[in-house]
Design a protein around this ligand. Structure first.
Ligand code: NAD
Length: 437
């Protein structure tokens, strides 16, 4: 067994995206020789040139890591042979039928199995259903390919550790977020805990990988359910003529037993709209229906339609039919201050409004060009100028990046449908133009 506390093993991060890159940064900054393996040649070329593909992730560590030869992004899986630890951070999407798609995880595990050195530690960080590490990774890694098998806990080590990074959130340093770890055997757990202690301030050992897998899903389901609850209350408050944002602020003054969640135009990102359905799928194997997950999915999925409906009525009240109306969507990324479009409700809103005949444009400084299947074709971000604002019938605030100026928008736009309470600082002065949705 290799001793990961005494040595500083070479590390290979497999999958260089929102999760893999910040993790690589931690290891590189702690002085570990770190390889980054990705199947995407474009991604690797960008990284080899020292450019960060994520607007919220600085590139200084990459440049200095490349110079010091501590950081080596590559498409060559052979580098895994040199590494004492392989950490898998590949995507876990849903299929067209909304079932878990573990093809990237399986492929990454097969790559690790082909190249890993004896005694290597393999850790899965991708989010998945409880049991994935034991049921999917363990058999793949146990196969040597020459008819014999490897034993977890002695010939190699296997653990699961969920990634809890929140892209764009500057309040929590990745190293400060406690790291959950579950090992296939006690020796596997030991190895993984020892490795992570080099770079995380607090490592939390758990009794089994399935506990860590389920804990990650609980965190995301907790968000999905609470967002759905507050979205439902928003729709009721709207009907009752109550400002839901004021309600949430009022409830949040309670110093215990309440945590504020905020309504919006629907769920976005790679995690919250997708991960809960990994559990729904797995639960079926146990004749179990995850009703909270289904219900929150139903409510959150309906939100863009609700917002589009509110916008249509707001235009109608001004004598403007949706067909032919000019709508500027403000913010198309799924959350503030990032360029991530995955599952963004703004894309669905653009499609729904266009289907209704609206002439839709957008402004997002983080997304200069929109080339998404969801919006069928290419769109370019328009500048946010008084002229542009005056030229549309309505501004729809889908994501409130912190750089947006509420005063500018409210002064010049004829109508604002605001899903984020972005206009709050100017609401008193421009109340007649603002519709919360
Ligand atoms: N994005 C988040 O905020 C976040 C947070 C916590 C957990 N997660 C989870 O982490 C995992 C990764 O998500 P992400 O957002 O980093 O994905 P991503 O799409 O940003 O990056 C994944 C990278 O993996 C590469 N890849 C795919 N298959 C590969 C393979 N077989 N070998 C090597 N590279 C491969 C892709 O080319 C891509 O560059 C997912 O399971 C996700 O649910 C994501």
């Amino acid at each position: 067994m290799s001793d990961l506390s005494a040595q500083r093993p070479e590390i290979c991060i497999v999958g260089l995206g929102y999760v893999g890159l910040p993790l690589a940064a931690l290891f590189v900054q702690a002085g570990f020789k770190t390889y980054g393996y990705d199947i995407s040649p474009e991604r690797v070329r960008e990284l080899q040139a020292g450019r960060s593909p994520l607007n919220h992730l600085p590139s200084e560590w990459m440049i200095s890591g490349l110079q010091k030869k501590l950081w080596e992004p590559t498409t060559n899986p052979e580098v895994i042979r040199r590494c004492g630890a392989v950490i898998i951070c590949v995507p876990t999407p849903l299929t067209e039928h909304r079932e878990p798609d573990l093809s990237c995880v399986r492929q990454a595990a097969r790559t690790a199995a082909t190249y890993m050195q004896p005694g290597a530690l393999v850790i899965l960080e991708s989010t998945s259903w409880p049991g994935t590490t034991r049921e999917i990774l363990l058999p793949i890694l146990s196969e040597t390919g020459n008819g014999s098998s490897r034993q977890a806990g002695s010939d190699f080590f296997l653990a699961y550790s969920p990634e809890r990074v929140d892209p764009g959130n500057t309040a929590h340093d990745l190293a400060e977020i406690p790291k959950l770890v579950g090992g296939i055997t006690p020796a596997c757990l030991d190895q993984a805990v020892t490795l992570y202690r080099h770079v995380f301030q607090r490592v939390v050992p758990l009794s089994d990988p399935a506990v860590a897998e389920m804990a990650k899903l609980l965190e995301n389901i907790f968000r999905s359910v609470n967002i759905a609850l507050v979205n439902e209350l928003k729709m009721l408050c709207d009907r009752m003529g109550i400002n839901v944002w004021e309600v949430i602020e009022a409830a949040a003054t309670k110093p215990f037993g309440f945590m504020p969640f905020y309504p919006g135009p629907g769920l976005g990102g790679h995690c919250i709209p997708i991960d809960p359905f990994y559990l729904t799928w797995k639960a079926r194997e146990y004749d179990f229906v995850t009703r909270f997950i289904e219900l929150s999915g139903e409510i959150n999925t309906a939100m863009p339609y609700y917002v589009a409906d509110k916008l249509t009525r707001a235009l109608n009240n001004r004598g403007i039919p949706l067909r032919g109306a000019r709508v500027l969507v403000l913010g198309v990324a799924y959350k503030p201050d990032v360029n991530d479009l995955r599952e963004s409700p703004a894309l669905k809103l653009i499609r729904i409004l266009r289907d209704g005949g609206a002439v839709v444009s957008y402004h997002d400084p983080y997304v200069p060009v929109l080339r998404e299947k969801a919006v069928a074709g290419e769109m370019k971000s328009r500048p946010l100028t008084p002229d542009v604002l005056r030229s549309v019938d309505c501004v729809l605030v889908a994501t409130a990046h912190t750089c947006f100026d509420a005063e500018l928008v409210a002064r010049h736009a004829p109508l604002i449908v605001d899903t984020r309470n972005f206009t709050r600082p100017v609401a008193d002065r421009y109340a007649e133009k603002i519709v919360l949705a």
